[in-house]
Every structure is written in C-alpha cells, then in structure tokens.
Design a protein around this ligand. Structure first.
Ligand SMILES: [Mg+2]
Length: 265
C-alpha cells in the first residue's frame, strides 16, 4: 500500500517556486503536474500571491502551458472575503495592489474622510507603495480599532533582482507597533488548508511547496504531510528546527515517485 492507493488523496501545490520560477516553467513541471493529477483525487493550487488576481494567476499558468482550471486556483483574497462576511465587517481599508481589487470586490472599500472608521485593514502586496506614510495611516486605523487582516505572512520572496520583503515583514511592523497580532488568512493558516480539503471533498492531502514555513510548516500544523522542493526560494539555512519536512526533493518532478513510496496517510 502507498499513499495514493485508496484514490482519495488530494494534492495541494504551491505555485511560484514549485511550478515556475521567474515566469519560466521548471523543467518537467507540466508533465509532473499531469502525472500527479492522474494519481490523486484532485488537486488545488494554493498560492500566497497577493500581487495578482486569481484570474491572472490562472491565465499566467495557462500561458505557460499548465493545464489547470480557474477553480483549482485558491488565493488568500477569497479567504479574507469569507472572514469579513462571517465577522459582519462593514467597510474595510484595502492596502492591496490595484490588480487584487477584483478578488475583493464583494467588500465595501473604505476611503479616508468617510464618516465611519473601517472595521478592518486588509494588508496585501503594495510593493513600492509601502511607504512610511501608508504604513502610518494603517497603524492609526488599527490603533482606532480596525482588525488587521494579513493576506499572508511570508517573510520574503524571490523576484527578478533577488530576494525582496514580503507582506509578512510589513505585517510584523504593524503588529509590533500596535501590539495586535494580524489575522493571517493565507498559508500557513490552518483554515486555508481546511478550505482546500473541503473544496476537493477529501480528508487527506499532501502539500508541496518551496516555503518551509508557510507551505510545509503550515500544512504539517494542519496535520498534512509537507514536501519541500529545492526550487524557488529554497535555501539551506531556511531549514529551521521548528519544521522538519516529511520529505525534501529536488523539484516537483520527483513528487510522483515519492508518493508511490510514501506509506498510506
Ligand atoms: Mg512558493
């Protein structure tokens, strides 16, 4: 018996750094994805990308030749909308890039000078827009009672010119200054993994990612095996004592064979 024998194993994959790096598909990733789809009860692509909409992530994958559907792509924005709905939030301040707004269109955007204070601040990727003034405005809103919702809490990511600060670094600055911990809706939040399982209609899944904390640690905290790939942002010194991946492989190309060797989950 192996992990995939009962046919009810879901596959959760991170996108950036697992399927492609810097807009170039990883060698053999398209074929590996197809193999994994055939071996599993279905797959979901869990990205913490907050610079592009869900539709853009999907279109980019298609343009690179990955055969995926829009439904298979899950992003933190949808989780944020769900959370705001559950909490009955009215207007929310959106510190997110222009492209992400379509995924948050169900929410009522707050603008400065309005009568009411926003119920929440949603923190995504503002890139160069993360100026001291913007961060200070967010700091004041949180001090006045707005909930800080971070779309993700990654420390850094790898872009064309090298490593770059990610949303988690800015969230940490606001957390430190306000004394309020952010609610994180992307990986490593357990709710994100749970939503993916429920979407797939399975109880068990394996997560594959290049971020040892958000992907692998998050999945393992949610009770799922976590496989770390040595592509994308992988760095030896990122292997912390806190997270011991279920397995480490050179790339997604090695995952089908690994699943054939893993014992039932
Ligand atoms: Mg990644």
């Amino acid at each position: 018996m192996t992990a995939t024998d009962n046919g009810r194993l879901g596959l959760l994959l991170d996108i950036d750094g697992v399927l492609y790096v810097e807009k170039q598909p990883i060698d053999g990733a398209r074929e590996a994805l197809e193999r994994l789809r055939g071996m599993s009860a279905g797959l979901r692509l869990l990205t913490n990308t907050t610079s592009r909409s869900r539709r853009e992530v999907f279109e980019q994958l298609q343009a690179m030749g990955f055969e995926v559907s829009l439904q298979e792509v899950l992003t933190p924005a949808a989780m944020a909308v769900r959370h705001c709905r559950e909490r009955g939030h009215g207007s929310v301040a959106l510190l997110v890039g222009e492209k992400l707004r379509e995924d948050l269109s169900e929410l009522e955007p707050w603008s400065p000078g309005g009568e009411r204070q926003p119920d929440a601040v949603i923190l995504g990727d503002l890139g160069e827009g993360f100026t001291p003034a913007v961060l200070n405005d967010a700091f004041r809103l949180i001090m006045d009672g707005a909930e800080l919702i971070a779309l993700q809490h990654n420390r850094y990511w790898r872009r064309g010119d090298g490593l770059a600060l990610d949303v988690g670094a800015y969230a940490a600055a606001l957390e430190y200054a306000t004394g309020h911990e952010a609610l994180v809706v992307g990986k490593p939040a357990g709710e994100f993994f749970a939503a993916a399982l429920s979407d797939l209609g399975v109880e068990h899944a394996v997560m594959v990612g290049d971020d040892v904390e958000a992907d692998v640690g998050g999945a393992m905290d949610a009770g799922l095996p976590g496989i770390l790939v040595r592509t994308g942002k992988f760095r030896h010194d990122a292997l912390t004592a806190r997270v011991t991946p279920t397995a480490i492989v050179d790339s997604i190309v090695d995952v089908p064979e690994l699943l054939e060797r893993l014992p039932p989950i």
